[in-house]
Design a protein around this ligand. Structure first.
Ligand SMILES: [Zn+2]
Length: 349
């Protein structure tokens, strides 16, 4: 049962399988959700199911198989990227490297999905008749790699798609797409994976329990992201957290130094922010009399902070971390944003 490869997405998969059975596939889907939760796999399985020729034929009417067999020639071709009616569009650089695309005029391949790629899709591939499959499927993954020009070049196709064609836009930041694109797609939400599930998977793959737990709490529900967090990075993040937990409210020079050291790279500052959220959640849990801390090896600092502050103050500081993350997403300068956080913590009301 290949759709069972996609774990903990019962709602998204359930609605897709029902549409397959009824033969009512939409002409354009937007699969949105965190990285590494199975959106791309689901898109490929949908393409396989809609063209699967194995096993018993689907019932009367126009339905498709609601799970691909994975074995028939059609399923194999989709898996190999060799099915003539299933097209996958990725960043120009990725497709060039795979030998599936050549940028015009010997240009260096872009890290975006460029308008030439979309025009090739629209003007050539989609203009041809279907070859052998029952339904043509175009997967654009990651859809947010399309620049504005590319998205505009796709609009008309989303509005008036060719018959028996489904486009699947896959994106971990669907809100970055143009509103005109989003409004023409049926949104299928893929949920963040449960933390406990990610933790178990990491432990099963041989990660020590403590770092599995930390990586799971930093992963934002993305197994892909949790797997990327290696031991060294986790140790560095933990060190930063210890340092911030030990900052002296009276020593402004130390805050400035901390903000400077951790503000060099916005992504690292954001990861520290995510970790601080987890830590404040632990502080609040201790204050509420709970146990089972996410950051068990910081329990000492956590308990000291929990004892020193009122729950209202801990909550206020946690809210300021949320504000830090929001301002980093809006491209705030990281050292200044971190400084503002610390001023808010130690001087705010
Ligand atoms: Zn099959």
């Amino acid at each position: 049962m290949p759709f069972s490869e996609v774990i903990a997405q019962d709602r998204a998969i359930g609605s897709l399988r029902a549409a397959l059975r009824r033969g009512t596939l939409h002409h354009a889907y937007l699969f949105g959700g965190p990285l590494g939760v199975g959106k791309g796999t689901a898109a490929r399985l949908l393409a396989q199911a809609a063209n699967c020729t194995g096993g018993a034929a689907p019932g009367a009417g126009h339905g498709y198989r609601d799970d691909p067999c994975g074995e028939c020639p059609s399923c194999r071709k989709v898996a190999k990227g060799a099915h003539p009616d299933v097209t996958v569009l990725a960043e120009e650089r990725v497709m060039a490297k795979a030998g599936r695309w050549e940028p015009k005029g010997g240009r260096t391949p872009s890290k975006e999905i460029v308008v030439d790629q979309v025009r090739d899709l629209v003007d050539h591939r989609l203009a041809m008749r279907r070859f052998e499959g029952r339904r043509r499927v175009v997967i654009i993954d990651p859809a947010d790699a399309m620049n504005v020009q590319s998205q505009n070049a796709l609009l008309k196709t989303l509005e008036e798609p060719p018959d028996d064609t489904t486009l699947v836009l896959v994106s971990s930041s669907p809100d970055a797409l143009l509103p005109t694109i989003k409004s023409r797609c049926l949104r299928v939400a893929f949920a963040p994976l449960p933390q406990a599930f990610i933790e178990q998977r990491l432990v099963a793959e041989g990660h020590p329990a403590e770092s599995a737990r930390l990586a799971a709490s930093l992963s934002g529900g993305s197994l892909g992201r949790a797997l990327e967090l290696d031991e060294k990075l986790l140790a560095a993040r933990r060190g930063s957290l210890e340092r911030v937990a030990a900052l002296d409210p009276g020593d402004a020079g130390a805050w400035v130094a901390f903000a400077r050291d951790h503000g060099e790279d916005r992504e690292a500052a954001a990861e520290l922010g995510e970790l601080l959220l987890v830590w404040w959640r632990d502080v609040l849990a201790v204050q509420a009399g709970g146990d089972g801390l996410a950051l068990a090896d910081l329990a000492g600092a956590t308990r000291r902070t929990a004892a020193a502050l009122s729950p209202a103050e801990a909550l206020r500081r946690r809210t300021l971390v949320e504000r830090l993350l929001a301002s980093l997403r809006q491209n705030a300068t990281a050292p200044l944003a971190l400084e503002r956080l610390l001023i808010g913590w130690f001087h705010g009301r």
